[in-house]
Design a protein around this ligand. Structure first.
Ligand code: ACO
Length: 356
């Protein structure tokens, strides 16, 4: 079986920089609090009503195509990871196809809803298609326009200060060198704690899962015989119950245990050690989480790429943005062992080992 390799990579972040001090103007927070707990100094926000998850993805994809030496028309499958899609449906995969002007080809497109681990899942799915010879140029994208869906009042401060907008993309192609490319991917999930990091409204749950929620919240559903007004009720809007929700400390504890676990799982399969990693690209969840993982794996600073300070947490986009930045900075060279790892809502977590 062939291996697949990353033939081209690109990223896009919006121009508008939003510093911690900018957030202080709208909510009760401080630069010190944000930097101390998360490492974040600033993040980017897209231009409202002009930029979307799809347009940012297209910008990143065009760069990836150019670097892979292909035209967008040559893409034969699209895998799109996001938790902030332009529409509830259809997904961003088809919107990206339209944005890139490649609808004539009518190639397949799929959306991946795995939040922070979305890109590594998407890469693994694309890898299966390329390895088996099904497709030759798969576009894999992670993109998020978080700024359109955050609570900018003090109530949302624990979540809102963390997230930023951006997109990253790669073109996956068959590798002509059997020793180069994606060596392995590991994917895991555990839905037990689904609500600990979630964005549940609007949704079709109708309150069904309330047994899994810490507090019982009255969403103002109409009587059980009534359909409609289930996705979003007037009461949800009045109460502001349509924002992401996170139990930060719980997420932190799970993340610092699952990141090393899934990295070791991939290394063990190949008989490698953590010290063999030339560059670890962790999902940029929180600088403290990345530092904890680095310490656990006993990696030097030059073996780990962090850019959350500049971009915040861009969820599905964070791994490809960081990978691209590290590569552009000359920190990833041919033959290097690159490890991607992510953990997030679901919970889902994943790793990938790539011989560059
Ligand atoms: N500014 C000022 N104060 C704040 C803010 C803020 N932005 N947010 C919360 N606080 C306050 C709280 O109200 C609380 O006040 P209280 O003690 O008076 O009640 C206090 O700070 C401590 O709140 P905690 O939530 O306990 O703070 P914690 O030290 O856990 O830090 C954080 C919160 C940064 C979210 C942390 O738990 C964390 O990093 N968790 C990991 C989750 C994560 O990284 N999520 C990213 C998205 S998920 C992913 O990508 C994996």
């Amino acid at each position: 079986m062939n291996r697949s390799k990353i033939a081209g990579i690109g990223y896009y972040v919006p121009e508008r920089v939003v510093t911690n001090n900018d957030l202080i103007k709208v909510m009760d927070t401080t630069d010190e609090w944000i930097q101390e707990r998360t490492g974040i100094r600033e993040r980017r926000y897209g231009v409202k009503h002009e930029e979307t998850t799809t347009t940012m993805a297209a910008a990143a994809a065009r760069i990836a195509c150019e670097r892979a030496g292909i035209q967008p028309e040559e893409i034969d499958f699209i895998v799109f990871a996001t938790l902030s899609p332009d529409y509830y449906f259809p997904g961003c995969g088809v919107l990206l196809q339209r944005e890139l002007g490649i609808t004539k080809q009518e190639v397949g497109a799929v959306d991946i809803r795995n939040q922070c681990s979305g890109f590594v899942y998407a890469l693994s799915i694309a890898d299966q298609f390329v390895k088996t010879g099904t497709y030759k140029n798969v576009l894999v994208v992670g993109s998020e326009m978080h700024s359109m869906g955050l609570d900018f009042s003090t109530r949302g401060r624990n979540v809102t200060v963390i997230f930023g907008d951006g997109a990253g993309a790669v073109i996956l192609q068959p590798s002509d060198d059997p020793n180069r490319g994606i060596l392995t991917t590991k994917l895991h999930s555990n839905g037990t704690y689904a609500e600990k990091l979630s964005f549940i409204n609007p949704g079709a749950h109708g309150g069904y899962h309330k047994k899994h929620m810490e507090e019982e919240v009255d969403y103002g559903y109409p009587s059980p015989d009534t359909y409609g007004e289930i996705f979003i009720t007037p009461k949800m809007i009045a109460d502001g119950n349509y924002y992401p929700n996170m139990e930060g400390q719980f997420v932190f504890k799970m993340a610092v245990s699952k990141f090393p676990e899934v990295i070791h799982e991939a290394l063990n399969e190949l008989g490698l050690q953590a010290s063999d990693i030339d560059m670890l690209i962790p999902h940029q969840a929180n600088l403290r989480i990345s530092q904890f993982v680095q310490k656990t794996l006993r990696l030097r600073d030059d073996q780990v790429w962090n850019n959350i300070q500049k971009y915040g947490n861009t969820t599905a986009a964070s791994v490809p943005i960081a990978l691209c930045e590290a590569w552009e900075a000359g920190k990833i060279k041919e033959g290097d062992l690159v490890c991607l790892a992510a953990f997030g809502s679901g919970f889902t977590w994943a790793s990938a080992l790539i011989r560059w």
